[in-house]
Design a protein around this ligand. Structure first.
Ligand code: UDP
Ligand code: MG
Length: 140
């Protein structure tokens, strides 16, 4: 399996509850390395641009409000098969479907306020990393 990078967000419900360290421990325990990280607060427009693939979905407006409601931690995670590995550590979108021990099973509050984002494919990982980080900020 190849060394990959994926894009991750620790979402506002988790930063509000001071869970950044607990979530990063899950990543590191799974062999994912945090190679870039910054805590920022998105505007609703920036959140809307990031999630524009979901613009037609009924939850889009609420999702954008939520993502702008408190700071997020934007991250790049690196590791063997990092994209799939991160999705596995995150667990299913809806915490009631998430496997035991996953981040969403342990920490998510609802299907919307589900603590983490992770890229779903190499193409989206590249676009999402470039939306938040410059090449100079990636020091793996
Ligand atoms: N979401 C929601 N309601 C839904 C499905 C998704 O509020 O019924 C939110 C949730 O925060 C999710 C995000 O929209 O993480 C993006 O949805 P996606 O299907 O891409 O899930 P993910 O890739 O985050 O597991
Ligand atoms: Mg997704």
């Amino acid at each position: 399996m190849a060394l990959e990078r994926t894009f991750s967000i620790i979402k506002p419900d988790a930063t509000r509850r001071n869970l950044t360290g607990a979530i990063n421990k899950k990543f590191e325990d799974a062999g994912l390395r945090v190679v870039a990280q910054k805590r920022i607060q998105l505007s609703k427009a920036q959140a809307g641009e990031f999630y524009k693939v979901h613009a037609e979905r009924p939850f889009y407006d609420e999702l954008c409000e939520f993502m702008a409601s408190a700071p997020i931690v934007a991250q790049v995670l690196e590791g063997e098969g990092a994209i799939a590995k991160n999705r596995e550590v995150m667990g299913a979108t809806n915490p009631s479907d998430a496997a035991a021990g996953t981040i969403r099973a342990e920490f998510a509050e609802s299907v919307g306020e589900n603590s983490v984002h992770g890229s779903d494919a190499p193409e989206t990982a590249a676009v999402e990393i470039a939306y938040f980080f410059s090449g100079l900020e990636l020091v793996g």
